[in-house]
Ligand binder design. Structure first.
Ligand SMILES: Cc1cc2nc3c(=O)[nH]c(=O)nc-3n(C[C@H](O)[C@H](O)[C@H](O)COP(=O)(O)O)c2cc1C
Length: 213
């Protein structure tokens, strides 16, 4: 479980020896060590309530884990379903060096996943964490509904940007730059070619410079 917390391997290698990882310390503390050593500029917070059933997000995680200058963390891998178990201080420490926060999740009932919402409640709290100010918020999300469904004339009548309004509002409230979401619409049941395309699109986006205010 903790092995998927997940530290970007290259950053750990780049950071060199000397990161003594005790199996007794929490995954978040271990990641904090990696962050301190690696100074990753992009922090990816991924969440999926049913990882055993995921196809698309799992494919995206492969890219996220390997991206340069990136720390990848999977909330359910670190905390399970414990919505009150977040290590607030350690999680917020990860924001210090970061320039871009990526939230990566499937749309379920036109919303965030429960653990990602709980993360915001518990880690961000009721105020606007000052560590987030001026940094980029990039949403990477996946849906079953296709582009037609997520259009004004489509079945839903809302674009994906509109569905993501709470996150845009949260970005504005916290002083973050809400960049254009990377939304893979109609992605459920994607085959190998489509998955490769999604992976390439994510890798390209992660190679872009963070959009700081
Ligand atoms: C409980 C549940 C609710 C869902 N709600 C939506 C939804 O509101 N809109 C939508 O487009 N897709 C919805 N989906 C489909 C998922 O978004 C889609 O299966 C997922 O993005 C594919 O990624 P995955 O393979 O990583 O799970 C839902 C799926 C589940 C299991």
């Amino acid at each position: 479980m903790l092995g998927d917390s997940t530290i970007n391997r290259r950053n750990v290698v780049k950071a060199g020896a000397g990161i003594a990882i005790s199996t007794t310390i929490s995954a978040v503390t271990r990641d904090a060590h990696a962050q301190a050593a690696g100074n990753a500029r992009t922090l990816i917070i991924a969440s999926h309530p049913y990882p055993d059933r995921s196809v698309v997000n799992k494919a995206l995680w492969e890219v996220a884990r390997e991206a340069d200058d990136t720390l990848f963390r999977n909330l359910e891998a670190v905390y399970g379903d414990d919505m009150r178990g977040f290590d607030r201080a350690a999680e917020r420490k990860l924001y210090e060096k970061m320039d871009r926060l990526v939230m990566m999740f499937p749309i379920h009932w036109f919303n965030l996943t429960p653990m990602l919402k709980a993360y915001m409640n518990e880690v961000w709290g009721v105020g606007a964490p000052p560590e987030l100010r001026g940094k980029e918020l990039l949403v990477v999300t996946t849906t079953a509904g296709d582009a037609k469904a997520y259009s004004g004339e489509g079945r839903l009548g809302f674009s994906i940007e509109e569905v993501l309004t709470p996150l845009r509002a949260s970005a504005r409230y916290t002083g973050m730059t809400f960049s254009k979401p990377l939304a893979f619409l109609g992605a459920a049941g994607a085959g190998p070619d489509a998955l490769r395309g999604y992976q390439e699109a994510l890798a390209t986006r992660l190679r872009e410079e963070p959009k700081k205010a």
